[in-house]
Design a protein around this ligand. Sequence first.
Ligand code: TA6
Length: 294
Amino acid sequence: MPGMDERLPANVRRDQDPGGRDLLRLEHEGDVVEVARCGAQVLRWLRAGKDVLWTASQPKYATGQPVRGGVPLVFPWFGDHPDGGKLPAHGFARTQTWQLVHANDTPEVVLECVDDDATRAMWPHTFRLRLSVVLGAKLRLGLTIENTGAAPFTCEQALHTYFAVGDVHSATVHGLEGVPCTEQASAPEAKWDPKQPLHFRAETDRIFQGVPDRLELRAPALSRTIVLQTTGAQSAIVWNPWPAKTARLSQMAPGDWQRFCCIESANVRAQAVTIAPGESHALSLRLDCRDGDD
Ligand code: TA6
């Protein structure tokens, strides 16, 4: 694994994922987080031996491709590229190979991705992305976007987190009540009360704007509550594909939709961020997972 010199703290180890791709494994009091260099994608977070994040049941660990699950990174655009065409959905950050630039025994790793000819051909700006992953009793992710060019740029970004919920029918999201949102699903719930906690009763793909910095995901099927605490995120996207869209998605088995939901900490659409030359924007997410027997 090129990048940082060979010495790593004892609780940070190099390994390979099932596809033979470089990954970093961080350990803290029996908990583990695995981060792939491809896309700086957090693949797993094992807390007290249980998976907090969700992975599709037919995962592909392929070079230059995101695994469906964990925390894929979205940058510099969210969703399909505005001009359509062949550019990758959700931008290119999740397909680049990132470099390990720092590790310490917290444990923390910092991975970096800078522009190159391929990215500039898709998006004509120079940038430095850094993702910090810190494992403690909670999991902390920090995505920093630096404008290393001579002109401002505007970008969207998201931590596209897949959460295991056991049974999505009983999962609820709290904190978005009354927050303005746009439903993007092609077959959404006909009528839902925006003043109530979010329930999943049909395909759900809602972009919330002007969100609070604390959200809560309750997953009774796992006796689990997850608190999401963010800084620098004005948007949140809550997504579940339901069966019809699941059939059109890669890496998914027909029943996978019942086991997860995404809550994405983001700045998208009207909340896209404009960054001046030499300036940076930081988006951070702290996940606190509480299981019933904790
Ligand atoms: O964030 C929700 C979403 O935009 C959905 O519409 C769905 O496309 C999902 O992201 C997954 O996108 P992906 O490109 O990872 O298959």
